[in-house]
Design a protein around this ligand. Structure first.
Ligand SMILES: [Zn+2]
Length: 546
């Protein structure tokens, strides 16, 4: 589960828990075993691409194997995929002044759009700008001159300076800032903008004062820019029950979690390093997936095939489920519907409420999801096919979805989301409810799909304005790719569509999600501007009012 907002539509009448049979007690015991293993400290929070994730993959694969599922990944049960972590400054980067080596990342850094170079050596003074040498450019005066201009874009100004320097034969350019005004320049790992024609560096004020104190003095300078792309490999786990049917039901749950919070998605942001066990998020859903696979293997309902996917990379932005729908190992057209379980382990004994999302994604859900059997809990329906978890990826491929969720709690995305807080009996009730829903669907044939409203999943509260788009967090090109557009919001009114890549807002270039958010902060409610997008090969411009 990634984000916090949910809207509820309808409340069903109360029903009551039943006494547990022997087979139910066995399920509860197995759920405990699965969650106990996955949420153990040994797995170090199952961060996508980490050794703990590999252990989880091994466990889930072994469970699928012993249940008798067929491997349906690309490497046995596994379906590996790369996670692009963005750019990083590599050890080849060099900034040496009179023999003193400056520290990359603190004293200086090459800008993320700097091209890689061999060592450039020269004797130059910071006040000098002439052809054939590395140039030094002070941003101080520019910042002071523009301090009252809310639309001033220092990054755009730097691009102009780089072009000017290149035209005059500069070998490299080093920016620094002698003013007290903040310039906000940092290494943007997600920057996808066009590479500069010459290496570009930023020198910190502290390093400039220490190593190049006198603008008029000539210093012996050695520069080299070395930037690479960081990647790590994660893997989904995919198992299959082939009933020879024309349609397939997909059950999914993500098994990855936050690790030590390295990706910045923990609720604890005090710099501490603690294992986030993710018992509810989402060892609970993974355990439910394994137990559902057992039930479906024994089920007499053969009208559908069943595919079970444990997703990785969910916590980073639905990476695993997106990878699956773009690289499906079964025919997506034959998918009847998708059932997602994310955080199903905290059924509250007082409110006894389970949220069922995706209720609006098929007209058939109303008759299928409602069951006469005693569920043991209340059901809150949420119509939206999108939300903070993997069903969103399937909804975007026009597949009806259901999303099961027992609600947020104070341990959400904290190291305290532990196995001893899971309501295993509650989870059993949810599994049984899902198997009843599958049973109810067996005579319905292939379900019709309907579009629903988009659920806002952004952190727009941080900004005074937002466009009402759902950005694609996995997109690594230049700009911000739109995954979805909220009904009635600025972007939709302007004419933006899913799939558009936002490249410019007003005079500000949008090169990454980071720069998009920085740009948005320059606008107020009621402001209007132009938004430029790439739609296929076309570049389009729209008027937008915030
Ligand atoms: Zn989560």
């Amino acid at each position: 589960m990634r984000i916090l907002l949910l809207f509820f539509v309808f409340l069903s009448p109360a029903t009551y828990a039943q006494k547990l049979s022997k087979s139910d007690r066995a399920i509860v015991a197995d759920l405990k075993t699965h969650v106990g293993y996955l949420a153990d400290d040994k797995l170090e929070g199952r961060r996508a691409g980490s050794p703990g994730e590999k252990q989880a993959i091994g466990y889930i694969s072994a469970q699928f194997q012993s249940i008798g599922l067929s491997p349906k990944g690309t490497a046995g049960f596994g379906q590996p995929f790369e996670i692009n972590e963005g750019k990083q400054i590599q050890s080849g980067s060099v900034f040496i002044v009179n023999g003193h080596e400056l520290k990359a990342g603190t004293d200086y850094f090459p800008l993320s759009y700097s091209p890689n170079s061999s060592v450039i050596e020269a004797v130059v003074s910071p006040s000098l700008a002439e052809g054939g040498q590395p140039w030094f450019k002070d941003l101080g005066d520019i910042l002071i001159n523009n301090k009252d201009n809310p639309h001033f874009d220092v990054s755009a100004q730097m691009r102009t300076e780089i072009k000017n320097a290149t035209d005059k034969g500069a070998k490299a350019i080093v920016f620094f800032n002698t003013s007290n005004l903040p310039d906000g320049i940092r290494f943007d790992a997600r920057d996808g903008s066009e590479k500069a024609s010459i290496p570009v560096f930023y020198l910190s004020s502290a390093a400039r004062t220490k190593f190049l104190p006198d603008p008029a003095t000539a210093y012996d300078v050695k520069l080299k820019s070395d930037i690479g792309v960081k990647q790590r490999t994660a893997s989904n786990v995919v198992g299959y029950i082939d009933n020879g049917a024309a349609t397939t039901i997909i059950f999914g749950a993500h098994f990855d979690h936050l690790g030590y919070g390295e990706d910045g998605n923990s609720m604890i942001r005090d710099g501490s390093r603690n294992i986030h066990n993710g018992a509810d998020d989402n060892a609970s859903g993974t355990a439910a997936l394994i137990e559902l696979a057992k039930l479906m293997k024994k089920s007499k309902s053969k009208q559908n095939n069943y595919l079970f996917i444990a997703f990785s990379g969910e916590e980073l932005g639905l990476f695993g489920s997106k990878y699956f729908v773009d690289h499906p190992t079964i025919e997506l057209k034959a998918v009847n519907f998708m059932v997602n379980m994310d955080m199903v382990g905290r059924l509250s004994d007082s409110s006894k409420t389970v949220t069922v999302g995706g209720f609006g994604t098929s007209p058939s859900w109303a008759s299928i999801v409602t069951t006469n059997k005693k569920t043991g809990f209340h059901v809150k329906y949420d119509s939206s096919g999108t939300g903070p978890s993997d069903h969103t990826s399937f909804y975007r491929k026009d597949i009806p979805v259901l999303f099961f969720f027992t609600g947020l709690h104070s341990d959400y995305h904290k190291p305290s989301d532990d196995a001893d807080k899971i309501n295993y009996t509650g989870e059993l009730l949810i599994i049984k409810y899902i198997s009843t829903v599958v049973d109810n669907s067996k005579s319905a044939g292939k379900l019709a799909f309907t579009k629903t409203r988009e659920q806002q999943t952004g952190t727009s509260a941080r900004f005074t304005v937002s466009m009402g788009i759902m950005p694609d967090y996995t997109f690594s090109g230049a700009g911000v790719r739109v995954d979805g557009v909220s009904e009635g919001r600025a972007a939709q009114k302007a004419g933006l569509k899913a799939g558009d890549i936002v490249t410019q807002l007003g005079e500000h270039k949008v090169t990454s999600l980071e720069s998009y958010m920085q740009t948005l902060s320059k606008f107020k409610k009621g402001d209007s501007t132009k938004v430029t997008v790439k739609r296929g090969q076309e570049e389009l411009s729209f008027d937008i009012v915030f």
